[in-house]
Design a protein around this ligand. Sequence first.
Ligand code: PGA
Ligand code: ZN
Length: 428
Amino acid sequence: MTDSHEIVAVRGARRWDSRGRPTVEVEIRTPVGVGRAIAPAGASTGTGEAVDLRDGGPGFGGMDVATAVRNVDTVIAKALLGRRVDDQAGIDTALESVDGTSSFASIGGNAAVATSMAAAHAAAAVEGVPLWRHLNPDARQLPLPEIQIFGGGAHAHGRIDLQDLMVVPYGASSFAEAVDWAVEIHRAGGRWLDDRGRLAGVADEGGWWPAFDSNVQALDALVAAIEGAGLVPGDQVGISIDVASTQLVTAEGYSLASEGRVLDRDDWRAELLTWLSKYPIASIEDPFAEDDPAGMQSITTAVGERVQVVGDDFLVTDAKRVRAAADDRSVNSVLIKPNQAGTLTRAKAAFDAAAAEGLGAIVSARSGETEDVTIAHLAVGWGSGGFKVGSVTRSERTAKWNEMMRIEEELGASGRFAGRAGLGPWLR
Ligand code: PGA
Ligand code: ZN
């Protein structure tokens, strides 16, 4: 007789992401439960990430995923059929064995992460509980959201150099209120731009795509937007920036192309420190390039007691890199993106390494997303302090905020909003 947990079908399919690019969906079935998940995709990717398998060729800008989908239907299905769906570690190890590389270059990181997440959903479905509860029945914490107001960098054709200008509404009393505030700030930010004839459109993650003259002007506009929403910058709401600075590196140094300036590491550090002292910035991500640990270390040493310094491209959701960064004190917080790791087991190992080292953690979406809401469940189930999804427009973003609000309602009085503590245990 077939066990209710036994995987009886694994199916891949091509779906579309928020940039109109093909991506991989996986559906896993047991006799009593179905799980489905869709792989996201980054634009400013770190070199150490799991690799998405793309077909190349003339169709869809070379981005098609026919081979990755076929891999799901063939080699991956063969390796998983008959396994228990609640054996996440066994499933993820099987994916590694089938692949045989460290970066999922052979079966595709997109195929791997969608399979891994689909298995988790199927296991939760067999038990008849939401995924977050399957991951941890005692989970109580709602994370502090980082919500994008303005987009830039690789998500807005470099219109400004900073990639993400976000708010962290740490003074809110609940997750839902934090989103309420961000929506008002987003609206005020749009008005600020419109009044000055500087509203150029919408960036990849739903924030305004502005026509700023400089990065500092973007920070000024963000402060104005917070005030325009009737909120107090630095008291109720902090600023969070993702510099994604690997994208800024040229042979001459860190290039602020929108301002026509190139800075060497010392001048770049001085520039960042000026921003951090002049603006209520609570969190800064990838301030130095992925191959500049000395830069990361220098800024964490300077501000790590009062500012969250986050490694994204710098750590690529890899437990070993997280431990090394903790030893070097080059970050005090870690971005966790399941598709950088390729499986939930690897992503959780990076998350656990951060926790064990006393670092903060932020579960994060990618710039290419879909209606998939797995990360909302991971953030709660794993107990993440932070949650980064993009802005408050575009359904692939609001799907995650809305799911988190449902979880908050489900938790009711037993739920706790992380608030300021969501920024993580800062270095001492
Ligand atoms: P990406 O950007 O998904 O395009 O890599 C998101 C981020 O840098 O945090
Ligand atoms: Zn980033």
